[in-house]
Write a protein that binds this ligand. Sequence first.
Ligand SMILES: O=C(O)C1=C[C@@H](OP(=O)(O)O)[C@@H](O)[C@H](O)C1
Ligand SMILES: C=C(OP(=O)(O)O)C(=O)O
Length: 454
Amino acid sequence: MSHDSAPQPLTARPGHALHGDLKPPGDKSISHRAMIFGLLSIGETRVEGLLEGDDVLRTADAARALGATITREGEGRWRVVGTGIGGMQDPAGVLDFGNAGTGSRLMMGVVGGQPVTATFDGDASLRKRPMRRILDPLLQMGAEILSEAEGGRVPLTIRGPREGIPIRYELPVASAQIKSAVLLAGLNAPGVTTVIERAASRDHTERMLRLFGAQVTVEPYGECGHGRSIALTGQPTLRGTDVIVPADPSSAAFPLVAALIVPGSEVTLRGVMMNPLRTGLITTLIEMGAEIERLDEREEGGETVADLRVRASRLKGVDVPAERAPSMIDEYPVLAVAAAFAEGATRMNGLHELRVKESDRLAAVAAGLSANGVDHRVEGDDLIVTGSGAPPAGGGTVATHLDHRIAMAFLVMGMASKNPVTVDDGAMIATSFPTFRPTMAALGAEIVEEAASA
Ligand SMILES: O=C(O)C1=C[C@@H](OP(=O)(O)O)[C@@H](O)[C@H](O)C1
Ligand SMILES: C=C(OP(=O)(O)O)C(=O)O
């Protein structure tokens, strides 16, 4: 979201137990990719269950500007007719990605591999985020960076080559966004583009490349078995297809943790994606003693999904290994909230990537914990939260820094702390979970708007 409107402070008050059934919104990662693969394909892509959050709508606008025909046919039902690889047009204006790291970085990969020129921009949060990590491999693949803001940030302009150069690229950090940008640029390169990751990150791009007709091989890489080598054969013809978007485990995390910490709660989350590269939070919460049952596991749109029955639980502190970070990277703010209600210390190791999200999430979480009387410390890139097993004081106001996950995590805290918790701005929640407030209200949570301070 561009943040032109006034901030929207929200307060969550402790109250009744949470009860009910809900289907979390469509997965954000897959929704962005559905629009992007629709653009890159010939023919029609039909999407069901698309996340209609601001981030994804920005990606849809960008795909339109590059030549796709995109129509909304009903709630979550979208149709994309693409241009195919090599058939895109120069967008008439700037591609404004708002708050969306994924949309902007993946689309940089697309533009960096195609004979088009486009300018990327975003809101104050996106303008702070590092893009050099995307531009470096794109330069090797033949793209030109015509302009960029200081330090390799947006606004920046990329001109892609007529035909890309296939490369072998080892990721400097575990990042599905960098991996995806390189693979998407590799679509217009003759020969094989290979990405090496030392720790496996979410694999939605690889899965969707195959679904749309590309040839991709994935092999284990490295001694400890955590790494992967992904090889894409360039210049395939991608064909439009049907995409069913499962419910987003990163959004499910908020009602899930709320149900664990509000006494007497029982909530069922329907159809949540259980891709093992996305379920690190569930693994961690179960280690902490959470009662989470995985029911009716089934296949939906090429992913395993399950219903999760969650009951309020007594939690204990655990050590979360750094290797688990890629599978729960967006879930640390709400895990820190769960840890504040647990008995003992929860140590979250290796959180350096949290510093370059929509906000510096390590700093924002620490400040939010301080504001609400939670014992914690940051040691290098590790966060240690020590709970007493009783609810924390709450009563604080949390600075969200244009970060949807900071806003939702601390609203969840306020549902079970001794005193209400206020977040200074809930507007960004619309980027990933536009129905958060009515969804939580239907379970029995109380979230109210505060008057914005001048
Ligand atoms: O590829 C994706 O869809 C995403 C990858 C992750 O980012 P990084 O690649 O920067 O780790 C994650 O934080 C983001 O919300 C979505
Ligand atoms: C990091 C996130 O998203 P993005 O990088 O797409 O802005 C997120 O949704 O938590």
